[in-house]
Design a protein around this ligand. Structure first.
Ligand code: GLU
Length: 483
């Protein structure tokens, strides 16, 4: 079987976008399913837009999602360097080879000349294609331009009347007419390669067998195939993924919400949920069970079954899925992950580690993102309670509530605050006691809950009492009594 080698080649001009994460994931899954290698190449040749902090963000985000690479700038590998800016000396010899074989040529056209060509095309209502003015320069013309101090770019000589056909793994057969592709630049006047050229050389040298990327690269693929052919290299297989759209069907962007993996993480999304959700943007599980680990997805993954259309990024669905992961997560792990959000809002030292874990356990149920916990837990901290809405007037001030709270205060010394079971039982006895007097059990509980949390709903009340302890509990009950 051929050696499967795939890659992800992000440009570090921003934090890792969820779209790139999806591309990375599909490459990773394809490699995993086929015993292949997953390569990370950092395409940082655009030195002005590239930034080391973004490179670090790419590493961190991919790792957080569990998409570890077999070869890459940090881990090395047989076909390095894996950072494009360290590969500058590799490209010129291939440019030379193409010039010598007649597949490329130097172009001395100035910006003004090219602009004039473009304007003419616009005036004639034609799509602009380079005139090929420099395709067949005589040695004298060339010498004259050089003497004038002009610095040439190198253009690829696109063959005429060629139908470029390839069988896309996702989209099926795709065809391009070479007459519609102008002679494109492969090396800039400062001798650095353009994207379309560097990517071919790198993929070729790194022996990449399958290129899986976004469909925004389809038109580049036609050009890249021509370069492979001109170099006499084997053309890899291509698979182009549909775009990721927002629910309004426009391109997913920051105005819709977070788009960078690290921003999702900051907001309190779990990377396990995020990676699972992202897999569903184009891929569907064969058993219909959407919640799956990456390993389970890899086992079920088939690139040819990926949807060729665009996918819609539904934040609501992601929220739901994240909630599912929060519910199922190991409590110790969840507590560690959620701690920073609690720490930012409250004095976490008021709780022992065991109490903190218990609080997380009893408040995790309704959470969709980790940061949601902050609004559900203020009453675990501090002495006083903030009352929600009209809870004080409408719930606490009633005769029934006052009766309940007075009785609680009478009984409290007999409660074992360190024993959840006992608290549970005592509350049960209280409910029965008042039920016999015609007070609904839920009214009994409202009174207590309102007095100690300021709310009429929330986490299991015995657990809340157990966590806040006798002093806070008693003080709050006393404060709720109208003397
Ligand atoms: N650096 C390119 C990008 O980020 C890579 C495209 C490719 O996969 O060929 O879009």
């Amino acid at each position: 079987m051929e050696n499967i080698r795939v890659r992800i080649a992000p440009s570090p001009s921003g934090n890792l976008h969820v779209g790139t994460a999806r591309t990375a994931l599909f490459n990773y899954l394809f490699a995993k399913k086929n015993n292949g290698k997953f390569v990370l190449r950092i395409e940082d040749t655009d030195l002005e837009r590239s930034n080391e902090a973004y490179t670090q963000n790419i590493y961190d985000s991919l790792k957080a999602l569990g998409l570890n690479w077999d070869e890459g700038p940090d881990v090395g590998g047989q076909y390095g360097p894996y950072q494009q800016s360290e590969r500058f000396d590799i490209y010129p010899k291939y440019v030379q080879k193409l010039i010598e074989s007649g597949h490329a040529y130097e172009c001395f056209c100035t910006t003004e000349e090219l602009e004039a060509e473009k304007e003419e095309a616009i005036a004639n209502k034609k799509a602009y294609i380079y005139s090929e003015k420099c395709r067949n320069l005589t040695p004298e013309q060339r010498a004259k331009y050089i003497a004038e101090g002009r610095k040439p770019v190198v253009r690829f000589a696109v063959p005429k009347d060629r139908e470029i056909v390839f069988n896309d793994l996702v989209k099926g057969e795709l065809k391009f007419d070479s007459n519609l592709i102008g002679d494109f630049v492969i090396q800039k006047s400062n001798n650095t390669p353009t994207y379309n050229f560097a990517v071919v050389i790198d993929d070729m040298e790194m022996k990449i067998s399958h290129i899986i990327r976004g469909e925004d690269h389809i038109s580049n693929t036609a050009k890249q195939i021509l370069i492979y052919e001109a170099l006499g290299a084997e053309v890899p297989k291509f698979g182009h993924l549909g775009m990721i759209l927002a629910t309004d069907r426009s391109k997913l962007s920051k105005r819709h919400g977070a788009t960078a993996v690290s921003d999702f993480v900051k907001q309190g999304y779990l990377t396990e949920a995020l990676v699972n959700f992202v897999a569903l943007l184009g891929w569907a599980p064969s058993d219909g069970e959407e919640i799956k680990t990456v390993d389970a997805i890899a086992a079920d993954f088939d690139i040819t079954k990926i949807s060729s259309s665009n996918s819609v990024f539904e934040y609501d669905k992601l929220n739901w899925m994240n909630g599912q992961y929060i519910k199922k997560m190991d409590i110790k792990e969840l507590t560690e992950k959620i701690k920073p959000y609690i720490e930012e809002a409250y004095n976490i030292n008021e709780l022992t580690p065991a109490q903190l874990e218990h609080m997380v356990e009893v408040t995790r149920e309704p959470l969709t993102i980790l940061s949601d916990i902050v609004k559900d837990i203020p009453f675990f901290f501090g002495e006083d309670v903030e009352f929600e809405g009209t809870v004080k007037e409408d719930v606490l001030a009633t005769e029934t509530s006052q009766k309940v709270l007075n009785k609680v205060l009478e009984d409290v010394d007999g409660w074992d605050f360190n024993n959840l079971e006992d608290l549970h039982e005592k509350l049960g006895e209280l409910r029965t006691f008042f039920k016999e007097q015609g007070i609904k059990p839920k009214e009994t509980m409202w009174a207590i809950r309102a007095a100690i949390t300021g709310r009429t709903h929330g986490a299991d009340i015995s657990a809340v009492i157990n966590i806040i302890g006798k002093d806070k509990f008693t003080n709050r009950i006393k404060k709720a009594l109208i003397s």
